[in-house]
Design a protein around this ligand. Structure first.
Ligand SMILES: Nc1ncnc2c1ncn2[C@@H]1O[C@H](COP(=O)(O)OP(=O)(O)OP(=O)(O)O)[C@@H](O)[C@H]1O
Ligand SMILES: [Mg+2]
Length: 453
């Protein structure tokens, strides 16, 4: 018997918000986010909503004394390290929440939810003033989206400088800090403007072209709350929450007729898979080293194999062998690490952005016979000519591979198992094998071994 539980210190976060029966936003998104970020989630439900991915059909407000009691009973027993609020449907609910929060001093993230993704009103017009007057001054940070910020400040927000001006005006309402979210301000990047009354910071991520954005705002503010509960500074919490929400959107769930739910679990599974990815990759190359004919595949510049986590966002999520794999009386390789092969990572990331299911890439020596063998086995093969690479592409670090992959993809008209090029001045010709997992990659290798017989 173990005499006590082994997990003793565990931060507690509270969400004061509405329930979303579709599981995409509200309390449901908040609890998933808290769990994914290793804090214990507690709840004070303010309203029940009947909703799916495209409509809210009914709202039932919870009695005021019940809202109050949910918060007090949790605090009394479990303690609260940080709290957030989401949907507060009317001014009476706002009154009671502000009365209760005034009794405690834990950090408080206020997401001024006004309208659902589907367009339904989640805050009555007459309650907006109550929110600004009674709750904004208590907030550690408020997180309006573009439309909420516009409603608060009374002018349009179309640019970063508009967002900065709005942030200044919102700070004057009393919160310690504000982040004006960029989800609805167009552009290649989704940029959130943070301001704490002294400094501005921009948190920036590539915009994901996705319909699965139900619950982005809830999960984002819940993530800030979770990091605050864990003791991070406000700025660090926002920075980490931004990373968290970006992967949750990039791997959002495509379900329902409207906006599908974001996927707060993507972050957790990605982190959890890191050790397995390294071990699988290491075993894979060990297996390869027992194949006699492998030597013939190694290019002069060395060979590498890259393998990504299930939800990669950048090269930091892709493992490979530092210093590449070489041959001298057998394969010479070290232990794989993340972020060590920019080159192959770019193949994987670019293919994924084109919508192809690719998690692993391996570069091998170019030989026409190899291409021939791959063709005969029916693999999808793409080609690009490095001599045609435009000068402006050559000049930007890291653009070459993206350009090449796109050329090959367009030329072949779809996803590919193999991409090759014939080199250029000082560049060795190369074949890159692409696969959805390591066993598929092994199958490709076995299919070309005939060349070495
Ligand atoms: N398409 C996107 N690609 C990348 N990031 C996005 C995208 N849409 C929103 N975000 C980010 O998600 C977070 C939430 O912002 P958003 O403006 O969508 O909130 P919201 O409108 O309150 O969401 P909700 O409607 O779920 O309440 C911000 O960090 C924002 O930059
Ligand atoms: Mg929102």
């Amino acid at each position: 018997m173990i005499s006590h539980t082994l997990g003793r210190v565990y931060p507690v976060a509270l969400t004061i918000a509405g329930s979303d029966s579709g599981g995409g936003a509200g309390i449901q998104a908040d609890l998933k986010t808290f769990a994914a970020l290793q804090v214990h989630g507690t709840v004070a439900i303010t309203s029940l909503t009947a909703q799916n991915t495209y409509e809210v059909t009914m709202v039932h407000d919870v009695p005021l004394d019940m809202i109050e009691e949910q918060i007090r009973v949790v605090y009394r027993d479990l303690g609260i390290d940080a709290a957030k609020s989401g949907m507060l449907h009317n001014s009476q609910i706002i009154d009671v929440v502000s009365k209760v929060l005034a009794d405690y001093d834990f950090p408080y993230v206020l997401d001024p939810v006004m309208i659902a993704k589907s367009g339904a009103k989640l805050l009555r017009d007459d309650a907006i003033n109550a929110l600004l007057k009674k709750l904004f001054p208590r907030a550690t940070i408020v997180t309006p989206n573009r439309f909420e910020a516009e409603r608060i400040v009374g002018y349009e927000i179309k640019s970063l400088s508009d967002a900065e001006k709005a942030a200044e005006d919102i700070i004057s309402l009393g919160p310690d800090a504000v982040v004006v979210k960029g989800g609805h301000i167009g552009g290649e990047y989704s940029i959130d403007v943070f301001y704490d009354g002294r400094n501005f910071r921009h948190f920036k991520a590539l915009r994901v072209d996705s319909k699965s954005t139900h619950g982005t705002g809830c999960s984002f503010s819940a993530a800030i709350t979770a990091f605050l509960a864990r003791g991070y500074s406000l700025e660090d919490s926002v920075e980490k929450a931004k990373k968290f929400i970006t992967i949750s959107i990039a791997y959002g769930l495509e379900m329902g007729r409207g906006s599908g739910p974001v996927n707060p679990m993507a972050y957790l599974f990605n982190e959890a898979s890191r050790y397995i990815v390294l071990e699988e990759l290491y075993s894979f190359v060990k297996k390869l080293s027992s194949l006699g004919w492998i030597e013939g595949l190694i290019p002069e510049v060395g060979m590498n194999i890259a393998y990504s986590t299930p939800y990669p966002m950048d090269e930091g999520d892709i493992a490979a062998f530092p210093g590449r794999i070489r041959y001298s009386d057998g394969l010479i390789y070290g232990y794989p690490r993340f972020g060590v092969s920019r080159h192959l990572s770019r193949y994987i990331l670019k293919m994924r952005r084109l919508g192809c299911d690719v998690r692993t890439a391996m570069n091998i020596r170019y030989e026409e016979a190899l291409i021939q063998a791959l063709k005969e086995k029916g693999y999808r093969i793409g080609f690009y000519d490095r001599r045609r690479e435009p000068r402006e592409v050559k000049e930007v670090e890291g653009r070459s591979v993206e350009w090449g992959v796109e050329e090959a993809y367009r030329g072949a008209g779809g996803c590919l198992d193999v991409i090759y090029h014939l080199g250029d001045w000082g560049k060795e010709p190369m074949i890159v094998l692409l696969a959805r997992d390591l066993s598929t990659l092994l199958k490709i290798l076995e299919d070309i071994r005939v060349v070495f017989k």
